[in-house]
Design a protein around this ligand. Structure first.
Ligand SMILES: NC(=O)c1ccc[n+]([C@@H]2O[C@H](COP(=O)([O-])OP(=O)(O)OC[C@H]3O[C@@H](n4cnc5c(N)ncnc54)[C@H](OP(=O)(O)O)[C@@H]3O)[C@@H](O)[C@H]2O)c1
Length: 266
């Protein structure tokens, strides 16, 4: 090997050893987003996104003590301006981990903007840099509600739009994962049940058996190591349930793709 090659490879080794991947986390000022940041603190640098500056600065201080470089980016992701601001930051192309842990909109009209569109726009902004590096991790936080459209029974308020938004996030992330299969980019959608956070004024804290935000983030990160593209933190036999889901989807998809009407319509 020539000296030039040796120098370059030493430089690369130095670079690899010294550089921590940059993770951009939305919803980082509390709950699941903050839990991800704390769990990744030993290995990552961060861009932390939310609206509350004081909360983000407190977390940033904790993460810096663990050796991380941290940027705080204030943005309201219920607005197109806020999404564009975060998209601009992602456009620098240096973010290798995107954790899109979206949020509780103040107005019902914002629900689909915030919960479904923000994920799409942020992923779109992050992808060119990840594709250029052929490396990246994209995590969206959805909910078990994504699988709840067929369920009847007592419903909390705003369930219809929540279910639609979360189902959109699951479909988006799953399909994206297939499109990126031959790249170095991994995708995962995390679907927790009730989590004891500040969400909905801490509503889930009153639900017996609510999970902690730390456990949700821990499950998501462990699931990534296991190669899971869907992570349901509380689901014991996940692969059997997801195989059954895929089987049901395939039956509808292949059975319905015909030129003639089903016999009951003739
Ligand atoms: N908690 C549950 O029971 C539960 C269950 C299933 C799924 N989830 C999902 O998990 C995700 C995270 O929820 P969480 O439980 O961690 O809730 P959380 O503790 O209330 O945290 C929400 C985070 O989003 C930020 N946020 C809220 N509105 C925002 C806005 N308009 N623009 C930018 N940031 C905003 C908040 O910070 P600022 O207020 O500082 O902006 C906070 O950092 C949500 O997508 C939720 O649907 C939660």
């Amino acid at each position: 090997m020539s000296i030039k090659h040796l120098a370059v490879s030493n430089l690369l080794n130095y670079h690899v050893v010294m550089t921590r991947p940059l993770a951009l986390i939305t919803g980082a000022s509390s709950g699941i987003g903050a839990a991800y940041a704390r769990l990744l603190a030993a290995d990552s640098d961060f861009v932390l996104v939310a609206r509350r500056a004081d909360r983000l600065q407190d977390l940033a201080e904790q993460l810096r003590k663990a050796g991380a470089a941290v940027e705080v980016l204030l943005a309201d992701l219920a607005t197109r301006e806020g999404i564009a601001k975060v998209g601009d930051r992602l456009g620098f192309g240096d973010v290798r981990v995107l954790i899109s842990s979206d949020v509780d909109p103040a107005r019902i009209d914002d629900l689909l903007t915030l919960d479904a569109e923000a994920h799409v726009q942020l992923v779109r902004a992050a992808l060119p840099g990840m594709l250029a590096a052929d490396e990246g991790t994209i995590v969206t936080v959805a909910s078990l509600l994504a699988f709840g459209a067929g369920q009847t029974g007592p419903r909390p308020p705003r369930r219809t739009l929540c279910t639609a938004a979360k189902a959109a996030t699951v479909a988006f992330t799953r399909t994206l994962g297939h499109e990126l299969a031959d790249t170095g980019i991994r995708t995962q959608v995390v679907c927790p049940g009730p989590v004891a956070t500040e969400f909905h004024q801490g509503l889930a804290r009153t639900v017996p058996g609510a999970m902690t935000a730390e456990d949700v983030a821990r499950a998501g990160l462990a699931g990534l190591r296991l190669g899971e593209t869907i992570c349901v933190p509380g689901l014991e036999d996940q692969s059997a349930a997801l195989d059954a889901l895929l089987g049901a989807e395939s039956a509808v998809l292949s059975g319905g793709r015909r030129s003639d009407l089903a016999s009951r319509y003739r």
